[in-house]
Design a protein around this ligand. Sequence first.
Ligand code: PSU
Ligand code: MN
Length: 305
Amino acid sequence: MIDIRYSAEVAAARAEGRPIVALESTIITHGMPAPRNLEVARGVEALIRDGGATPATIAVMDGRLHVGLEPAELDALGHASDVAKLSRADLAACLATGGTGATTVAATMIAARLAGIAVFATGGIGGVHKGAETSFDISADLQELGQSPVTVVAAGAKAILDLPKTLEVLETLGVPVIAFGQDDFPAFWSPSSGLAAPLRMDDPAAIARAHLMRGAMGLPGGQLVANPIPAGDAIPAETLAPIIAQAQARADAQGVSAKAVTPFLLQAIFEATDGRSLESNIALVENNARLAARIAHAIGSEAGK
Ligand code: PSU
Ligand code: MN
């Protein structure tokens, strides 16, 4: 029924049982401006191959769920206009109506589960937005982490979100939040949010064993691996705080809501930092891709023990 289209390299990796790392496509279509978006998408795929794993960029094209995009398909997605942003609520409807859309963290996790892919690399997850107590804006990414068995490697969550509330919701949903190699929960553009992460692991093999243990216990849901941005690529939180506040105020004043909030804030911050936020964003995504490839390998070798 679900006609999954695998790219040639993903099909080969599946047949041979080699490690695969899923990648989302909303970051390409809604998260980064052209033409850097496509360069980054290709570069991140190359880093995963360098790490000995196979990249599977996920998107819906003409009503078909693609797990792994051929180079021409990736180009087509990067150049297409009016690509839908697909979260859990939209994915089946897009497939059923022959649409084209990019997958968020939530939708990418669903596709990864269907394809049997355990590990997924991205930039930052969606979370609880500032002012959620009145707007109710809480990303479906959090619920998905509570239900789909995928280990997601992200640089924490953006400072555009309410990080304490985001961590509280993840705890409520039973999602392990694992800081990699440090005690603090990272804050996307900064290595530390000033908040302690609930868990810390320093070794991809430990993350792999925890992933497998959840499966063995029949626990639904995934893990969030929070991988700090390399210090040299970070933007100090003090520099960003007023910029974020201003972007948020503009979003509120213009009545930006629902799916449009995250892309609006990202673009406003990109402009206010003269593009520096994008350079940091690229560096952290690359860093996450490298770690995800190591975790995917470790899951393969730990599963065989
Ligand atoms: N964080 C980023 N870049 C992004 C996103 C988050 O640094 O492009 C995207 C991801 O696809 C994430 C989505 O799943 O935004 C969350 O959107 P929302 O808050 O509308 O759920
Ligand atoms: Mn939202």
